[in-house]
Design a protein around this ligand. Structure first.
Ligand code: NAD
Length: 500
């Protein structure tokens, strides 16, 4: 069924006369090979009796050509938000300035917090160096360094803010455990760098431990991201579900996709609290568009993820097993066809027919899938009340005088701060303590973090901070930013300087 005939059939009053009310999903056929593979996927969904109704939207190339720089017209936004689920064919992002990546726009605007990518080997039917590999990377998608809050602060120094939140961490971690249950997986591994980033990655790790305790049926462990990633690259078969922060997940999901040897067969899900989007990992493949040879597997796998998400796990399982059986029978589209491994090379249509013919069959060499019904639901808990007390302040100063001698800035700041009853506790340069008592070998840049504590009180009224800043400014120091030193329920909530 083409995009046009599907839309026409659904406009007819007697379309989908199933007794159950079908679940409305929004479908974008996409660009390049998008229409061919989406048509194939919808054909399998219909043949398998997926309880769905399809609302077709036009996004991507046609919208970009009409001058809509996001690639998504208003009516498409409405359909996506109304149905809450989008099955999306690949989109061609136009080259040149002014156009925004549609995926980034969707992800940000709809708050799609989880990116889910499975990397699985289908050996011996598809080549892979890691025949036992079957790992899912669940990547936090909104926070971390990707908030894009960057500033140049001095001639020599630029910074980015890494933001990790408790609800954001809880949502993704809970999703990972719910995912493991829904897909019959055994173990969730958390990866962070909390030996270094104790407050940001440390928060993610703490929340992981809290949530893991609620899922005693699922094994859990934590690994430091560097050694964890190395183990993933060397022995990916040791991993099941991995949940991690945005940047680590970005890198890790590319590593797993590469080493599995089956990127073309991979689906990807972007999950939000309200809306979820499912698509193939690959792009619109303009080089083979319209030739009837595209492999619809990536989008089909994504469609099975969509069905599990919606609670139609039985249909997802039927489709996935029929697809595995088709691979196992050696019926392969051109991109995975290999002399000796494959039986028959087929185009998109014949591959789709072969899957439909096998609905109800299961693979015998590859492991058949078993999905739990009920969908995946994540309810974040409210953040507990905590007593927040201001204890001190880090003032960042741009200073390039006196050969950058830390004793000069240290004594100068002490003098200015003393006039308003503040004490300079220490100065660090790139995190290393340089005053009082640093080493001459330390490299000094023009960016000085100066930690001040009040001389007379424990809990500081904010006016005292303004007094200090006024005194520093008045003495000619170039204040470029401040960070407050808080305790929460008495717990120190800031890092110490190296050597403090
Ligand atoms: P691509 O994934 O489209 O193609 C890379 C290679 O893989 C090509 O040789 C292509 O023929 C082949 N290939 C990809 N999918 C295939 C399939 N299903 N069956 C058979 N062969 C397949 O990557 P690209 O060429 O870098 O990008 C093309 C366009 O897709 C670009 O405009 C890019 O911006 C866009 N893109 C979109 C998405 C998305 O919508 N999520 C993702 C990646 C790229």
């Amino acid at each position: 069924m083409t995009k046009e005939t599907l839309a026409a059939a659904q406009a007819a009053p007697d379309a989908h006369s199933s007794s159950d009310t079908p679940i409305p999903v929004t479908v974008a056929y996409g660009d390049g090979i998008g229409p061919e593979i989406t048509e194939a996927v919808v054909r399998v969904l219909e043949a398998a009796g997926a309880p769905l109704r399809y609302d077709v939207i036009d996004i991507g190339k046609s919208a970009y050509e009409r001058g809509i720089t996001s690639g998504i017209p208003d009516e498409a936004w409405d359909a996506i938000r109304e149905n809450k689920v989008l099955l999306k064919g690949p989109i061609t992002t136009p080259q040149g300035g002014g156009y925004k990546s549609l995926n980034v726009t969707l992800r940000k605007a709809l708050s799609l917090f989880a990116n889910v990518r499975q990397a699985k080997a289908y050996t011996p039917f598809v080549d892979s160096h890691h025949p036992e590999m079957n790992v899912v990377v669940i990547r936090e998608n909104e926070e971390d360094l990707y908030a894009g809050i960057e500033h140049q602060q001095t001639r020599e120094v630029s910074q980015i803010l890494k933001l990790i939140t408790r609800p954001g961490s809880e949502r993704i971690i809970r999703y990972a455990f719910e995912y493991a249950r829904a897909y019959g997986r055994q173990k969730v591994t958390c990866m962070t760098k909390d030996n270094i980033m104790k407050h940001t990655d440390g928060l993610f790790h703490t929340v992981f431990d809290e949530v893991a305790a609620e899922y005693p049926d699922i094994e859990s462990d934590h690994q430091i991201i560097d050694i964890g990633a190395a183990r993933v690259a060397a022995q990916p078969e040791q991993f099941d579900v991995i949940v991690t922060l945005n940047l680590y997940g970005d890198i890790l999901s590319d590593i797993t996709a590469q080493i599995a040897g089956s990127v073309g067969l991979a689906g990807s899900a972007n999950i939000g609290s309200d809306v979820a989007m499912f698509e193939a990992v690959h792009g619109s493949a303009p080089d083979i568009a319209g030739r009837g040879i595209a492999n619809p597997s990536g989008l089909l796998v994504a469609a099975t993820q969509m069905l599990v998400h919606l609670g139609a796990s039985d249909v997802a399982q039927t489709i996935k097993n029929a697809w595995l059986k088709t691979l196992e029978d050696g019926i392969h589209p051109a991109d995975i066809y290999r002399e000796g491994l494959s039986e028959r090379e087929v185009g998109t249509e014949a591959f789709t027919d072969a899957i439909i013919d096998r609905l109800g069959d299961e693979p015998s060499t590859l492991q058949p899938v078993r999905y739990r019904s009920g969908g995946i639901h994540v309810e974040p808990s409210p953040t507990p009340e905590q007593e927040k007390v201001l204890r001190g302040i880090d003032v960042f100063i741009d200073w390039d005088g006196a050969g950058r001698d830390p004793d000069v800035i240290g004594q100068g700041l002490e003098e200015a701060a003393g006039t308003v009853d503040w004490q300079l506790k220490m100065i660090t340069n790139r995190g290393v303590k340089v005053y009082p008592g640093g080493l001459p070998e330390t490299f000094w840049t023009d960016h000085w973090r100066c930690r001040f504590l009040p001389g007379d009180t424990d809990a500081i009224p904010f006016d005292r901070v303004l007094d200090l800043l006024g005194a520093l400014h008045g003495a000619g120091w170039d204040v470029i930013k401040t960070e407050h030193l808080y305790t929460f329920d008495g717990r120190r909530a800031y890092s110490l300087g190296q050597g403090e």
